[in-house]
Design a protein around this ligand. Structure first.
Ligand SMILES: Nc1ncnc2c1ncn2[C@@H]1O[C@H](COP(=O)(O)OP(=O)(O)O)[C@@H](O)[C@H]1O
Ligand SMILES: [Mg+2]
Length: 286
């Protein structure tokens, strides 16, 4: 039996005359890693923002474990959904450990300001919180840099720290918006392992991603958003084989006989490449 963690029903988001997300139904089940892909401007981030209460959807509802979520970010976090952002959002002048502690404030009785100012109430909760934060830093491999300022971390580690901060709210569902953007291949592979490890801890994962290999390797299911609408959804195999998805990425509909036109294009490209390589081989010999 599959138990839904997240259920979006008929979610629509309009900005003035522009419909960025249109009537999207979407489910993430317990134990799943789900990928959300689609060309630039398809509405992926807008949809994430609707799920996390940053935007109030024009229509539709979002439920977490059977309860409709109020569209307020801190209430969504409190309910059990954590996220990272497409553009890194860390407290640059705070240490690695402090950034994770900030992520814990929804789970401790003490508020954000108490945590930051280290008031008397905070001190009591501090020890347990710090232990948990260190556990998370060990999990993502940043324990050795607990006292480094976030802004001094290399880019890939900043992305990891964002994930640790999100995990600090003890979520049941983690949303990652382009977690490998700007990463080198090794960092991307490490992130892949990290996402599997997070799922193995019992946290469902929904990720937006441009790196197709990454998303198809990781995901149990993939959803394709095109111009705000869900075009296809299924296993990576099903989605990869769907010609509508390929067409959406190429930016042109398949009309007439796609095979012929494509073959001509590939031949022309190969001929051009051959000509270039012949020239450069000659050049190299000189
Ligand atoms: N706050 C906003 N106000 C107006 N238009 C927006 C806003 N956010 C996104 N859009 C528009 O919605 C569409 C989808 O954008 P976005 O969700 O960022 O796409 P994706 O993440 O798939 O690249 C785009 O046309 C974008 O310009
Ligand atoms: Mg986006």
């Amino acid at each position: 039996m599959t138990t839904p963690v997240l259920e979006a029903r008929d979610v629509t988001m309009r900005f003035g005359g522009l419909t960025a997300v249109r009537s999207v139904d979407f489910t993430v089940n317990e134990g799943e890693i789900v990928g959300l892909i689609g060309p630039n401007g398809a509405g992926k981030t807008t949809f994430f923002n609707c799920l996390t209460g940053l935007y109030v959807p024009t229509e539709g509802t979002v439920s977490y474990k059977g309860t409709v979520l109020p569209p307020k970010p801190h209430l969504v976090t409190k309910a059990g959904i954590a996220r990272t952002f497409q553009n890194i959002r860390l407290f640059a002048n705070m240490t690695v450990l402090e950034n994770v502690l900030v992520g814990r404030h929804t789970r401790t009785k003490e508020g954000l300001w108490s945590a930051l100012l280290r008031g008397p109430g905070f001190k009591k909760a501090e020890k347990a919180s710090e232990e948990r934060a260190m556990e998370l830093l060990e999990f993502i491999g940043l324990a050795g840099k607990r006292d480094h300022l976030a802004r001094n971390l290399p880019y890939g580690e900043q992305r990891k720290l964002e994930i640790a901060r999100a995990l600090a709210s003890e979520p049941g569902l983690l949303l990652l918006d382009e977690p490998t953007a700007g990463m080198n291949p090794q960092e991307t592979r490490a992130t892949e392992e990290l996402v599997f490890a997070i799922r193995d801890k019992g946290i469902a994962v929904l990720l937006i991603e441009h790196d197709m290999r990454f998303v198809f390797n990781l995901s149990d299911r993939v959803s394709v958003l095109v111009q705000g609408e869900k075009l296809v959804e299924g296993t990576p195999e099903v989605v990869q084989a769907d010609e509508r998805v390929i067409a959406a990425y190429l930016g042109e509909p398949f009309e007439g006989d796609p095979g012929e036109a494509e073959a001509a294009e590939v031949e022309a490209a190969e001929a051009a490449a051959d000509a270039t390589s012949t020239t450069s081989t000659k050049g190299d010999a000189q």
